[in-house]
Design a protein around this ligand. Structure first.
Ligand SMILES: [Zn+2]
Length: 274
């Protein structure tokens, strides 16, 4: 298996304040693992193509607002890594990939963002995949906060299946669109979550490409309202691999701030991808 890891030191240095302290401990823990020499490491860079994708997905007004906040460069660099990983998977240069990021993406809609998110990295990658002829895509979001920005951007595309597990009961999820499924799981344990996964994956049998939005704020010792464990992440990833078979599988990092958990969770997920 060719597993790519996309990482840039700027994610740790210049990433969103709440998210950046976990990046370096997780990356360094990963590099120390015996299996690290089996991984292919890539350092993303921003190209004119990424600028074009950004302008297709977000309004000029939103981009200006992100620039004013000081997170434009690191958010675009994060998205560039996700787009590059998607391209390499589509070209069968990789089988699976994991992208570190310096800012979140799933709360970023066309003209807004909130909750540590600025640019919708996954929506940019989906647009790029569409340009490359890859249309039927599953976006499975297991960050316990609802992926409202992603939903708003992909909801009208009949080829996208968006399965969104979330914990916030106050969030009114309108899943009356095409293939958008909001799955409310309150205080979910590994067992609850894995059962919900089994129940919902059949909705996406026909996809040709799978993107997982992975937030370790779903861990019982991180800030979200799921109560998952490292073993749960391993089992989840094994099930995603089984579901995908030979189809490309792309993990994109999302929420999570606990450096100790990140240093366990991220290497565990990447090892499971091998
Ligand atoms: Zn989250």
């Amino acid at each position: 298996m060719r597993v790519g890891v996309f990482y840039h030191p700027d994610f740790a240095e210049r990433g969103y304040i709440t998210l950046r302290h976990r990046i370096k401990p997780a990356y360094e823990a990963l590099r120390r693992q015996d299996y690290a020499n089996k991984l292919l490491f890539f350092e993303p860079s921003v190209s004119p193509l990424h600028q074009e994708l950004l302008q297709e997905i977000h309004t000029d007004r939103h981009i200006e607002a992100v620039k004013a906040e000081g997170y434009h460069e690191v958010a675009l660099l994060s998205a560039a890594g996700v787009v590059s990983a998607a391209e390499m998977l589509a070209a069968q240069q990789l089988d699976r990939a994991f992208c570190f990021v310096g800012a979140g993406g799933h709360h970023a809609g066309r003209n807004y963002s909130w909750g540590f998110c600025y640019y919708n990295d996954v929506a940019m990658a989906v647009l790029r995949l569409n340009q490359l002829g890859v249309k039927r895509i599953l976006i499975l979001d297991m960050d316990p906060h609802s992926g409202d920005g992603t939903r708003d951007l992909v909801a009208l595309d009949p080829n996208i299946v968006h399965i969104n597990f979330y914990a916030d009961e106050n969030y009114s999820y309108q899943d009356n669109k095409l293939n958008n499924y909001g799955i409310l799981l309150e205080n979910a344990t590994d067992k609850d979550f894995l059962q919900a996964l089994e129940d919902n994956l059949p909705k996406a049998e026909n996809v040709e490409f799978v993107i997982v939005i992975f937030g370790h704020d779903s861990h019982c010792e991180d800030y979200g309202d799921f109560y998952l464990t490292i073993d749960g992440y391993r089992e989840f990833t094994h099930r995603m691999k089984t579901f995908c078979g030979t189809r490309p599988l792309l993990y994109v990092l999302s929420g999570g701030s606990n450096p100790q958990i990140a240093a366990l969770a991220i290497p565990a997920v990447i090892e499971s991808l091998l």
